[in-house]
Design a protein around this ligand. Structure first.
Ligand code: F6P
Length: 463
């Protein structure tokens, strides 16, 4: 292979440039050209196929900075529909015209779902990314534990459900222990929790902080580092009575409570608290909004004004209980050391996989309690259930203690290898050197897009 294409698909993460950089460095060593495809699959649906050369003369271009969040080649939620054979053929033709012999998709579970039809037309591999940490398997046989259950309220008359886990859960057997972007998202969220705490303490308030993660509670679990009092995850339906009792107990004791909730948390009936709008994004994911607000309404109703007035701590429950979303700050900015280091290795491994002729494969980050982390290749189809579908990984329920509403002992053991040395000295030095740099006040922000634009080439032939 002499020329490889690379694209970033789906929601961005802070570690995408690091993955691209890892791929480019490996390609330089192997004397392979890397072509960046602009805005994910959007580029391949466009007859002009905007693209740029990331390593002319086998040197990476200066715009490719692994310490910068986001992706210099842009991303979109456009996805490949396996049913649209014409689109797939067109994509193959366009890649062929660019002289691209293999493709690296940096993506999540949605991108992985679309990999098979692409792999039938040209060599393609995936390098994982997602702040949600939901691309992977809690144990290798997990896809076999998904079943279809009848549900008249949904389109096909059935939905997928993970039955009880049929394997012993062992951290060393997790497939893709952690995805690039997760560590930085937790770093931002946990820092946010710490900051909200002191203001909740001062004003005798109850704070509900919502973090991302869709239907996976990994980000919420990781915020334990910011020491919230209560963490709610989508994998464990909320027990409202237990929650209210715990909130009151803590409020009596310390005059403030900090609750973290994952955006996908569900009530006792399994209904999503945050699915206020039934809309979906282009890849078909339900857009979640307002889990924290829904939870606030429940607490306001269940605790009531009198409770706060009695203690002279607030005029009303409405005044005392407030919500904040960490939002897109957890997806942006400089990646911390752990993310940069392993994202780069996963990008490099994706190049290796293509060069070894491994089509339809994924570079994964494995953990061994004796030896630590290492990367390897994994066949994409081993992620598929019996119907061929790839499901977003949920946090294994054993990582969470529903009584304490915090990580379980196993959950703590899961988090430690990721976060113990996750922040590099350069990460802290970077803050000191750049945040209050005098130039920030005088000079406007210079977007990498401006420079990348000057490098973009087009395939002129219009289909
Ligand atoms: O999948 C990553 C993610 O950040 C989710 O955690 C979140 O629900 C979603 O993307 C938000 O997507 P968007 O940026 O398109 O609103």
């Amino acid at each position: 292979m002499k020329r490889i294409g690379i694209l970033t698909a789906g929601g961005d993460t802070p570690a995408l440039n690091a993955t691209i950089h890892g791929a480019v460095i490996r390609a330089n060593q192997l004397k392979v050209e890397i072509v960046g495809l602009i805005k994910g699959f959007n580029c391949l649906f466009n007859p002009r196929v905007p693209h740029l050369y990331l390593n002319p003369l086998f040197q990476d271009i200066p715009e490719l900075d692994p310490t910068k969040g986001g992706t210099l080649i842009g991303s979109s939620r456009d996805f490949v529909d396996p049913e649209r054979k014409d689109d797939l053929d067109l994509i193959a033709t366009r890649l062929h015209k660019l002289g691209i012999e293999g493709l690296i998709c940096i993506g999540g579970d949605g991108t992985l779902n679309g990999l098979q039809p692409l792999a039938e037309r040209f060599p393609v591999v995936l390098a994982p990314k997602t702040i949600d940490n939901d691309l992977g398997l809690n144990y290798p046989g997990e896809p076999n534990d998904w079943v279809r259950v009848n549900d008249a309220s949904v389109k096909n008359g059935f939905r997928y459900k993970l039955t009880s886990h049929n394997a012993v859960f062992d951290l060393d057997h997790i497939v893709n222990y952690v995805t690039p972007g997760y560590a930085t998202a937790v770093f931002v969220s946990a820092s946010g929790v710490e900051r909200i705490r002191t203001t909740a303490e001062s004003h005798r308030r109850i704070a509900i902080i919502e973090v991302m993660g869709r239907h996976s509670g990994y980000i919420a679990l990781g915020t334990a580092y910011g020491r919230p009092d209560i963490i709610l995850v989508p994998e464990h339906p909320m027990d409202v009575d237990h929650l209210v009792e715990r909130v009151k107990h803590l409020y009596d004791l310390q005059k403030n409570v900090v609750i973290v909730c994952g955006e996908g948390i569900v009530d006792e009936q399994g209904g999503e608290l945050g699915a206020e709008s039934k809309s979906t994004d282009p890849s078909g994911n339900v857009i979640l909004s307002g889990a924290a607000d829904a939870l606030r309404s429940i607490l306001i109703q269940m605790i009531g004004d009198r409770y706060f007035q009695l203690y002279r701590r607030s005029e009303s429950a409405r005044e005392a209980i407030f919500t904040r979303k960490v939002g897109h700050t957890q997806r942006g900015g400089r990646p911390i050391l752990f993310d940069r280091f392993y994202a780069a290795q996963l990008g490099a491994e994706a190049v290796n996989l293509l060069m070894q002729g491994r089509n339809n494969a994924v570079s994964v980050l494995q953990y061994d309690s004796r030896k630590g982390f290492h990367v390897e290749g994994y066949d994409a189809n081993r992620f598929r259930d019996r119907w061929g579908l790839i499901h977003a990984r949920q946090m294994h329920p054993a990582l969470y203690d529903p009584k304490l509403m915090k990580p379980s002992r196993l959950g703590i053991d899961y988090l430690l290898p990721i976060f113990t040395d996750a922040i590099g000295e350069d990460d802290t030095a970077h803050i000191r050197q750049t945040l209050f740099a005098a130039g920030n006040l005088a000079q406007p922000y210079h977007s990498v897009n401006t420079d990348v634009n000057k490098r973009i080439c087009y395939l002129q032939a219009v289909q």
